[in-house]
Design a protein around this ligand. Structure first.
Ligand code: BGC
Length: 548
């Protein structure tokens, strides 16, 4: 039970030893988690009904994706009113109930703060268009055409194509790091910061325990809007990531001034003991470190593991890079699957092999300092959902092949229509080709199910302070370079990324085996001889004397 006072009368300072260090996070993609009102789309009432799933799993920090009114150009990441709740998602009462019900279960709730851009339909942007001389014009980033009449500089959108769209009315371009429907706010305008002060206070007052800052790396842009250095020829027909990678993002992300915004928000959060968690999507670990100094974001998502293959060198690098970039490793929020990328189980090989590898990778994250997050369905070993072309929804996926619908298909709760996600005849995305074995109901309580193995991993993390502490981390090298392995206060953690079994020259008692889950009642498996780690398997060994 979390007894978190609400409202300004009860403000308090952040507790020593920030609570998020001990949490296990769980990311809910709201439109696909659970449909409470039967319209085929997930909503807050559905989420409340399924909160026990998080409790059983052991997750206690819930991040929920946007629930504000939105035209839906980017599934809610195009907000047209920050103050209210999209009626299709619920209302203010449902938000209050979500927070109360979560707190009763000891779960804290952070909401998405989409502050890099608004919807094109937001009244601020409408006013900026309608009245170029008015106060809202400067809420956004405008520039005259470049020489020759084209875009003002060479910046590209994360979704591909130029980051600028012409407003024929004024003859100026506006900036959008995402869709043209998502104009970027001008964080150099103090009035924008003031407007967001109010939004932040409003939702802290409603009882949220913090914010996940969407596009935290991108809020502030170069004051002179200088072009980025070009690294490779630019091909406007190339996949969006290749378009982005054709430039060094020197002037459009991670700009001086970004930290001032974080500091300002942090002062709001700290009065209530709330968390500031950034998306911090960057190209280099050094940029990640620049976003996470001691007085900035409390936590930042490290997204490097969302793109690694099953290869020890790249996985080791993607683990060590952020650890080397931040002053306190507990600032790292770890993920290996997300709402935006191909699910790890598919990316790492697909089928049961990919599922094993995904869990073996998660095992490493759960034993490092920082806060690990699971993405809904990861705990079921879900593969990327199958989304036939006629169902595609993601604006990104509509144009190119690497769309995000496949990682966003609905949660499979139980056998039956729509796997228990919704009673609607048609859901907003298809079920993705799930089977009964994918569902929570079938997996829960079944020894060796993916759910029970993840549950055991979460329990291990929660019951072992040595794995959560900031220090004492030693990497173990093995001759074949197949293992990714480290030691922490006498604990040994190892994952085998190679093709052959590897003997682990370490003392200790195996307490977690990714092929079994908890080994509490199966110690006979490890009764004799050295521990051998099979390909795609992870093991965790407690210190020989058993002291945590
Ligand atoms: C979110 C995406 C979204 C983008 C633009 C990302 O951080 O995770 O789903 O499309 O921001 O708001």
């Amino acid at each position: 039970m979390i007894d978190r006072p609400r409202g300004t009368d009860h403000e308090r300072s952040v507790p020593l030893g920030a609570w998020w260090h001990d949490c296990v996070g769980y990311a809910v993609y709201l439109p696909s988690f659970a449909d409470g009102n039967g319209d085929g789309r997930g909503d807050l009432a559905g989420l409340i009904d399924r909160l026990d799933h998080l409790s059983v799993l052991g997750a206690d920090l819930l991040w929920v994706t946007p629930f504000h009114p939105s035209p839906g150009a980017d599934n809610g990441y195009d907000v047209s009113d920050y103050e209210t709740v999209d009626p299709a998602a619920g209302d203010l009462g449902t938000v209050g109930r979500l927070i109360d019900e979560a707190h009763q279960r000891g779960i804290r709730v952070v909401m998405d703060l989409v502050a890099n851009h608004t919807s094109r339909e937001h009244p601020w942007f409408r006013a900026a268009l309608d009245d170029p001389g008015g106060p809202y014009r400067d809420f956004y980033v405008w520039a005259d055409p470049g020489p020759g009449g084209g875009p003002p500089n060479n910046w590209v959108s994360c979704f591909g194509g130029p980051a600028w769209t012409l407003d024929p009315g004024s003859g100026q371009y506006y900036l959008h790091l995402f869709l043209p429907d998502q104009p970027d706010l001008n964080w150099r305008n103090p009035a924008v910061a003031e407007a967001f002060d109010g939004i932040i206070e409003r939702w802290l007052g409603a009882g949220f325990d913090g914010f996940r800052i969407d596009v935290a790396q991108g809020l502030v842009k170069d004051a002179a809007l200088r072009s980025n250095p070009q690294l490779a020829p630019f091909d406007p027909t190339a996949p969006r990531r290749d378009q982005w990678a054709a430039f060094e993002h020197r002037h459009d992300i991670v700009q001086p001034g970004t930290l001032d915004v974080f500091r300002r928000w942090r002062s709001h959060c700290e009065r209530r003991g709330a968390l500031l968690l950034g998306e911090t999507s960057v190209d280099h670990p050094e940029q990640y470190g620049r976003l996470l100094p001691g007085d900035g974001l409390h936590l930042g998502f490290w997204l490097g593991l969302l793109k690694t293959g099953w290869e020890s060198g790249s996985i080791r690098r993607a683990l060590r890079d952020p650890l080397g970039a931040v002053d306190d490793p507990r600032r790292i929020a770890w993920v290996c699957s997300s709402l935006d990328e191909v699910r790890a189980a598919t990316r790492l090989g697909g089928g049961d092999e990919g599922r094993r590898r995904s869990l073996a990778l998660a095992t490493l994250l759960f034993c490092l300092p920082g806060t690990p997050f699971l993405y809904q369905g990861e705990e079921l070993g879900l593969l990327q959902g199958d989304v036939p072309a006629e169902w595609r929804h993601d604006p990104v996926g509509a144009a190119v092949t690497d769309g995000r619908d496949g990682c966003r298909t609905p949660m499979p709760w139980e056998p039956g229509p729509n796997f228990g996600f919704s009673v609607a005849d048609r859901t907003w995305l298809p079920d993705g080709g799930r089977t009964d074995d994918d569902t929570v109901a079938v997996q829960r309580g079944r020894p060796d199910s993916w759910f029970e193995r993840y549950r055991a991993l979460v329990a291990l993390r929660r019951s072992t302070p040595a794995l959560r502490q900031a220090g004492d981390l030693t990497w173990i090298d093995d001759a074949d370079d197949a293992l990714v392995a480290f030691r922490r206060s006498g604990w040994t953690i190892a994952t085998n990324c190679g093709p052959d079994p590897v003997g682990l020259g370490a003392n200790g008692t195996v307490v977690f085996d990714s092929d079994l889950g908890s080994v509490a009642d199966r110690t006979d498996q490890y009764a004799t001889g050295p521990v051998v780690v099979r390909p795609g398997q992870a093991v965790v060994l407690a210190p020989p004397d058993g002291t945590p």
